[in-house]
Ligand binder design. Structure first.
Ligand SMILES: O=P(O)(O)OC[C@H]1O[C@@H](O)[C@H](O)[C@@H](O)[C@@H]1O
Length: 854
């Protein structure tokens, strides 16, 4: 029987065509009119269109398609090397070579050719150049096939025709065409480890329950499951990637700066592309003589039915943000599924029979991902009888979770209700969700004690309950969660001690208990985690474990502590000398520029009248500084989903993600002392500093109850997190060059700050968590100038104690000299990799003396 919509006459077609450069291309068309174009140059798929003519792959308008340039777009095949992980050119040579159409490919018995348009290509090392750089005899057979339903499959078979084994890496570097990178999310990579090419291929663990994009990304996710999905909210399209034999997943988007540097990519084109696809990179594939390995990826582009409000669209939020609509939805959905499941019993039986004959066919993939699977926020099991994941982050839900709603979703494995305004006690209905593996309730307003008995959730892998108001003790029963890898209870009001029993959490890789009312002693098992995980706990700071040593700083055997100390002190003298030199240089440059600055001030500075009128106008509005490209207002900011980045001396800093996906850092000041006028004048001073090593203040807000400061958000985190953050067992410490760049950049930034306000501005809060990396990976200083408008400095909590000059601790008044002291501590921190609390007192005093001698 012909599938519906296909007339008897229509058959899949395969045609040889030529592009404008005369390069041979193959055009595949299925009977419904969907098409795929493959260039023999690179064996690269360069177009994949739906039967409605929509292009699913991105190709740059500036792509250079003349051999031997790889085409920027489509599906380049990176073989036999990925990136620069080897001696070959970036991404290997396969994408630059001419492939041949293969008349008699090796048999592929599992391939069902019914109604498929397909072509076989082959790459053999035909030229001397290739064999010289990669001396292995191989054949790369590629079958590209387009199915009736528009599925695109690439089957790669690499044969070793040599007498010696060889190994290779491979990646399909698929450029998916997307509406806007900020509208897209990727699922299927949660909790995985990844190698970050932006951080020298260091290994990190994905903490989010979904991957969204707000800056450059260049990662290799390791050992992912076989299906990864790219959701495009704007186009209402989902790409499903199903892979076999390819454990890793490449994710790449160059973002604006890198895009500008690429000659074959338009400046703005990065917004409309996302590279995601299967790969084998971390563990290259070993191929024995005369063996053939088969690697397969299938891609499907689905248009989605929208049934649940999208997390990124305010217009589709649940009414009034209440839980009414939400619970109605859940109830009707679970009823709907129950009735479906009855009819599915029959259907599943039929399915099983056909599966038996054709395992792993595209039909199976389709069943796995039918439209029900693609309701935003909802993922179902294979036969669509149960909901296994519910993700409704940041959609403005408030109030308590009504009973008998989520608890009915008894097959739930992932529950993410993070960044809403849910309140009330911990939802006890969750106790019935025995399969729960991932629980994300962070950034809500839950209160009361945590459940006593966590042992009901034996399958928990990741729990994030941070930024709520939970109180009571840390439940001992958590210790029974043998699969638990990540536990975040930070920023609650938990009290008591950290139970020693949690040492039994053998799989735990990440923990954060910071900013609670917990007290010491710190159990020894906790010390294997970075100090930030238990910041604010511990009444005995000597328990803090020093972070790993920098790479080249292995203490030679036999070197005594004193000698070691002397070495460190001498190096710090050198660094301080560098600092002094930089200060001197900046001072000289300042002298030279002073006239220019005066002119600028005249031109850009505000008259008192203008200043007043602007202040008047700015009542209850955000005041943006000149040149700021942000276009949100206070309401947008208050509506944004917020995540606490840290609680500091002067208040709490949040990451706010606005509805247009812009991320900003917002500082909410506490213990504010100055009046409105003083505050605004101070903001004008701070906001007037435009320097590559000073984090620019973009906007501020003043009202009786709320004082906010808005900055750019730095996704790579602070220098403190780079130095001490937990990055897995194989973490490589920050390299020396970056440490130097951080030090020099921060020094320049501080020197610039000290120039401001007639040379009187004090930073007042220099510490590694207030230094970030700018685009040149230089130190960039933040959180400045607040001492003038805040109440007298509070007694130091352990975090600030190490950075404050002795006289500041006593007088509670900071100065430019005390900034120099704090910066000296940062230098020592960069130099030793130790947090200031663990630095010997003698070292810190040395900086103090140095500060005064100068
Ligand atoms: O410009 P190319 O060679 O096509 O590579 C694009 C990108 O591909 C990514 O996979 C690499 O990790 C990046 O480093 C690289 O910039």
């Amino acid at each position: 029987m012909e599938p519906s919509g296909v007339s008897n006459e229509k058959r899949p077609t395969v045609d040889l065509i030529k592009d404008k450069n005369g390069t041979d291309q193959i055009l595949l068309q299925n009977p419904k009119g969907a098409s795929v174009k493959i260039s023999l140059h690179g064996g690269q798929v360069i177009s994949w269109k739906t039967d409605k003519g929509d292009e699913l792959l991105f190709t740059s308008a500036k792509a250079n398609s003349k051999p031997p340039h790889p085409v920027r777009g489509g599906i380049p095949i990176c073989f036999p090397q990925f990136g620069t992980r080897g001696s070959l050119e970036q991404h290997g040579f396969a994408r630059n070579k001419m492939w041949l159409v293969e008349e008699n490919p090796p048999a592929l018995p599992s391939f069902d050719s019914t109604n498929k348009a397909y072509i076989d290509l082959v790459l053999k090392p035909s030229d001397e150049d290739t064999t010289r750089i990669w001396p292995h005899c191989f054949e790369f057979h590629l079958r590209v096939s387009l199915a009736l339903d528009g599925n695109l499959t690439l089957i790669s078979r690499v044969r070793n025709i040599n007498s010696k084994p060889f190994s290779f890496s491979i990646a399909y570097h698929t450029y998916f065409s997307i509406s806007d990178i900020s509208e897209v999310r990727v699922e299927g990579l949660e909790t995985l480890d990844y190698l970050d090419n932006l951080f020298e291929k260091e290994r990190f663990t994905e903490q989010g329950d979904t991957l969204t994009f707000e800056s450059e990304i260049d990662r290799v996710y390791l050992n992912s499951r076989d299906v990864v999905a790219v959701f495009d909210h704007e186009k209402k399209r989902t790409f499903l990637i199903k892979k076999e034999g390819l454990p890793d997943v490449v994710v790449w988007n160059p973002w604006d700066k890198k895009a500008k540097a690429l000659t074959d990519l338009g400046d703005e084109e990065y917004k409309h592309m996302l590279c995601v696809d299967g790969a084998a990179i971390e563990k290259p594939i070993n191929l024995k003589p005369d063996c053939l390995t088969m690697l397969e990826t299938k891609r499907k582009g689905l248009d989605r039915a929208k049934m649940v409000p999208s997390s990124s669209s305010s217009s589709q939020r649940t009414s009034n943000g209440s839980l009414e609509g939400f619970s109605m939805f859940l109830l009707s959905l679970s009823d709907h599924l129950r009735s479906r499941s009855r009819s599915f019993t029959r259907q599943t039986r039929v399915t099983r029979v056909s599966n038996h004959h054709a395992p792993n066919t595209l039909a199976q993939l389709e069943r796995d991902h039918s439209p029900l699977q693609n309701w935003t926020g909802v993922t179902c099991n294979r036969n669509e009888s149960r909901i296994i994941a519910l993700r409704l982050p940041a959609i403005g839900l408030n109030g308590q979770i009504p009973p008998n709603t989520i608890s009915r979703l008894s097959a739930l494995r992932v529950l993410s209700l993070r960044s809403n305004r849910l309140s009330g006690p911990f939802p006890m209905g969750l106790a019935g969700l025995k399969d729960l593996g991932f629980l994300y309730l962070e950034d809500n307003d839950f209160s009361g004690p945590l459940p006593l008995d966590f042992s009901v959730w034996k399958k928990l892998v990741s729990v994030d309950l941070s930024n709520n108001r939970f109180n009571g003790t840390v439940p001992v029963s958590l210790s029974g969660l043998k699969r638990l890898q990540s536990l975040n209870l930070a920023n609650n009001s938990l009290s008591g001690v950290v139970p020693d029993e949690l040492s039994g959490l053998s799989s735990l890789k990440v923990i954060d208990l910071s900013n609670n009312n917990l007290h010491g002693p710190l159990p020894s098992w906790l010390l294997r985690f970075p100090p930030s995980s238990y910041q604010g706990i511990g009444d005995d700071v000597t328990h803090f474990q020093p972070p790993p040593e920098p790479p080249t700083r292995k203490k030679p055997k036999g070197v005594t502590k004193t000698v070691f100390l002397l070495i460190v002190i001498s190096v710090s003298i050198v660094l301080l000398a560098v600092l002094a030199f930089v200060f001197a240089l900046c001072y000289l440059r300042r002298k030279l520029r002073i006239v220019k600055d005066h002119k600028l001030q005249k031109k850009g500075g505000m008259s008192p009248e203008k200043f007043d009128s602007r202040m008047e106008e700015a009542n209850n509005r955000l005041s943006f500084f000149e040149g700021c490209s942000y276009s949100f207002d206070l309401e947008d900011l208050l509506r944004a989903s917020a995540e606490i980045l840290g609680k500091g001396t002067f208040g709490t800093t949040y990451k706010a993600v606005l509805e247009d996906a812009t991320s900003v850092a917002v500082k909410r000041l506490k213990d504010f002392a100055a009046g409105k006028r003083d505050f605004e004048q101070q903001m004008e001073i701070i906001g007037g500093i435009k320097h590559e090593n000073v984090v620019e203040l973009k906007a501020y807000y003043y009202s009786k109850d709320e004082k906010l400061m808005v900055y750019d958000y730095f996704s790579s985190g602070s220098v403190a997190s780079l130095l001490h953050g937990n990055r897995g067992e194989n973490r490589v410490p920050l390299d020396w060059e970056t440490r130097m760049r951080i030090a020099i950049g921060a020094a320049k930034g501080i020197a610039r700050i000290h120039k401001e306000n007639n040379g009187k501005l004090v930073h007042g809060n220099i510490k590694s968590s207030n230094i970030f990396l700018n685009s040149e990976r230089e130190g960039c200083v933040s959180d400045l100038g607040l001492t003038a408008v805040m109440s007298a400095l509070a007694p130091p909590i352990s975090r600030q104690a190490g950075y404050r000059a002795p006289e500041v601790t006593d007088t509670r008044k900071s100065s430019q000299l005390s900034d120099v002291y704090s910066f000296g501590v940062v230098l020592l921190e960069l130099l030793t990799g130790k947090s200031p609390f663990t630095l010997p007192q003698e070292m810190r005093l040395y900086i103090w003396f140095d500060g005064y001698i100068r």
